[in-house]
Design a protein around this ligand. Structure first.
Ligand SMILES: [Zn+2]
Length: 705
């Protein structure tokens, strides 16, 4: 579950790239596990799939007997031919997709920049946003002037009401269900209520810390103390660059203020428990529960003056920060705002500011030695601000309506397979099955790209105004968010960019999304082999869909409302059956002295098996009674399982493998591939017999789903 990294590209003005580390742990109970993400690989090493789809014969090692080592039978050729890219720990399917997508997105955006398309078109906006970011000459020549109006506003703050109003003006969308700490005081996410599926509500988040985690402020170790001292020096440097005298003293008071804010913040670990975040506050509760802030002024300038109901995710932070508005001197708050203003827009400010930003956020926080290329920063910024505009260009070039139709047909087959499988589950009670089926019927699955694109016509993007573009984009999304408060919950806006290779489960509302970026070879080939597509992407999507019905999804109902629908008996029965799989997995020992901890990977492995079974059912359904064709000497059944095993190919360092075994909730790829051992059809497809190394007696095969 690497949601945090994946989600960065979404937030409109986040200075990603070197701020990845600052993204807090995910809130997995609102969004589930995310399929793929961009691991930051830079070496493409990409070959397109064979005409047979993902089941690439050259990638196999036919000297290995499938029943002895299916993973090497499927991947031996590929593993021998490829090497881990320099500086990386691992090379795998997600890296292949990430490299391919990165190349495509770079070309699209750079083409848009040279095209000089008609003013107002999506291409113009994307191209000019990027070109403005690339034009460091213009950026440098403007100096700090683009922020002067904002600095004047901060300077004019002379009482708590004015301070509250200013803080309210910074409230914007920079959070979603995946992030536990916003950049500003505070963060806003507009989504349906935890118990109210009929209305969109403002979900408010703790936020405003400059260091990645609240724990960074409270950590008393030598490393913690050193990091804070570097941070304080960074604050001082930024304030000096912004023209403020006595920057060291100001920096000390900013750090002191943030440290007291952090003390009131909910710990990151709370993010794992969504029930802790389900706090309904009426408008008047803010004065009663969080005195100090002038909340009228705050909500007025935030555009929420008329809002009666809120969801406050971390009440302690609201109480604590609001008290600090009352107790802390105005000057400390003003310096705090001055620093964060520059920090937020650093990448669209002169070189001295960019360098200082990288020295802390890149070198000190992430250990980076080289700043990213400017084009990379500019591409990320463009994806961040105009994500679904870039996505529109991406779909036009790489994911035609036929591809979407193919993927949608596969989803329909997957859903049909669940509809048959759920009534046959032996661990789920009849009443619970009814609820599961209702949830399945209500599940919305988006593939490729949204049916309706964001209308960017009111967002003006001007070539040569990098910082102005950023700010207008922020305002654009904020106005959209406010408008959503008066709109029905459906349709849901896509929570991920089309061009990001990934998928998102959203339990609330009840929906899942799989981007065009992930639906590409070798994972999915709309012009390729159906059997391979179902074995690869189909099984992956079914893994994710299963999360809507497993121990993550069982606390959200068909409409995405919080409320457990499994009974205790369902839970007990499920665990009893899953136990058998944990025992099986614990026999895997990828390193001489290190075996898999079956319990640690159980939840994800149950879903791997479920995904494989459901995808196989769906593949059979897709034949509509016809016999499958033989391609390259292989039957459809064989190509299905082969593609499944090929999806899990990876080469990695021993250290990376070791880390995965000890800390990841997913198995190493080889053992994810070995889920086939529990599937009867695999035995038939490859004539696997007793005596073969992977053989399991029929009565010992695990069948949780
Ligand atoms: Zn998962």
């Amino acid at each position: 579950m690497d949601e945090a990294v994946f989600m960065t590209e979404k937030s409109s003005n986040r200075q990603l790239q070197i701020k990845l580390v600052s993204l807090r742990k995910a809130a997995p109970l609102l969004f589930g596990c995310v399929l793929m993400l961009n691991p930051g690989l830079r070496t493409p090493n990409f070959r397109s799939a064979s005409p047979a789809g993902s089941a690439n014969v050259n990638d196999m090692d036919s000297s290995v007997k499938p029943g002895d080592d299916f993973y090497r039978y499927a991947n031996g050729g590929w593993m021998a031919r490829n090497a881990i890219p320099a500086g990386q720990q691992r090379y795998d399917t997600r890296a292949i997709l990430a490299a391919s997508t990165r190349e495509r997105v770079r070309n699209l955006i750079q083409d848009a920049a040279t095209e000089h398309a008609a003013k107002g078109s999506v291409t113009q906006k994307v191209g000019d946003y990027y070109a403005s970011y690339m034009d460091v000459g213009v950026i440098d020549s403007k100096g700090m002037a683009p922020l002067s109006d904002e600095q004047v506003k901060i300077a004019a703050i002379d009482n708590k009401t004015a301070l509250s109003a200013y803080l309210g003006s910074t409230l914007n969308r920079e959070v979603d269900g995946l992030i536990t700490n916003a950049d500003h005081v505070f963060g806003l996410w507009v989504n349906q209520g935890f118990e109210d599926a009929d209305h969109n509500l403002p979900h408010l988040w703790q936020g405003g810390l400059g260091l990645p985690s609240r724990d960074n402020y409270l950590d008393t170790s030598a490393a913690g103390v050193e990091l804070r001292s570097k941070y304080q020096a960074h604050i001082a440097a930024v304030l000096k660059l912004a023209g403020f005298a006595d920057a060291e003293t100001r920096a000390a008071s900013v750090l002191s203020l943030e440290t007291r804010m952090a003390a009131a913040f909910a710990p990151d670990s709370d993010a794992a428990d969504v029930f802790k975040q389900n706090n309904s506050w009426k408008r008047r509760d803010f004065e009663a529960k969080a005195p100090g802030m002038d909340w009228d002024a705050y909500f007025q300038s935030a555009g929420l003056a008329k809002q009666a109901d809120f969801v406050v995710w971390q009440p302690s932070a609201f109480t604590g920060v609001s008290a600090l508005v009352a107790s802390e001197g105005i000057d400390a708050w003003k310096d705090y705002l001055r620093f964060h203003l520059v920090e937020q827009y650093a990448n669209a400010l002169p070189e001295v500011v960019r360098a200082e930003y990288f020295a802390f956020n890149g070198v000190a926080l992430t250990g980076a030695s080289q700043p990213p290329e400017r084009s990379e920063v500019a591409i990320n910024a463009t994806n961040g601000a105009l994500g679904l505009a870039v996505g529109q260009l991406y779909a036009q070039r790489y994911f035609p309506p036929e591809a979407k139709a193919k993927a949608e047909a596969m989803v329909r087959d997957l859903v049909a397979a669940y509809r048959v499988r759920i009534p046959n589950l032996t661990w789920m009670s009849p009443q619970t099955k009814e609820k599961a089926l209702a949830k399945l019927s209500a599940l919305e699955v988006g593939v490729g790209y949204p049916d309706t694109w964001i209308d960017y016509s009111t967002l003006d993007i001007v070539r040569g105004d990098a910082l102005g573009n950023m700010r207008r984009a922020e305002g654009f999304y904020h106005q959209r968010d406010l408008a959503k408060l008066n709109q029905p919950v459906q349709p849901i806006e896509w929570p991920l960019n089309v061009q990001v290779p990934g998928g998102v489960i959203m339990f609330s509302p009840n929906a899942e999304y799989f981007s065009a970026g992930i639906l590409q070879p070798p994972y999915f080939d709309w012009q390729g082999d159906t059997a391979a597509n179902y074995g690869s992407a189909g099984a992956g999507m079914a893994h994710e869909i299963t999360h809507s019905f497993d121990e993550l999804g069982n606390i959200y109902d068909a409409r995405g409302r919080l409320g457990k629908w499994w009974t205790d008996e369902d839970s007990a029965q499920f665990h009893q059956q899953a136990e058998k799989l944990a025992t099986q997995l614990s026999t895997y020992c990828p390193q001489r002295d290190l075996c898999v901890n079956g319990k640690q990977v159980l939840g994800e492995s149950v879903n791997d098996l479920a995904g494989l079974l459901v995808a196989h059912d769906a593949y059979v359904l897709s034949l509509r009674g016809k016999t499958d064709v033989v391609i390259g000497g292989m039957s459809g059944e064989q190509r299905f399982f082969l593609a499944y095993a090929q999806r899990w190919r990876e080469i990695q360092t021993d250290a990376a493998l070791r880390k995965k075994i000890t800390s990841d909730s997913h198995l190493p790829g080889e053992y994810r591939s070995d889920a086939v051992r529990n599937v009867d059809a695999w035995y038939k497809a490859f004539n696997v017999q007793p005596g073969d190394r992977l053989y399991i007696k029929p009565e010992d095969r695990v069948r949780v789903w």
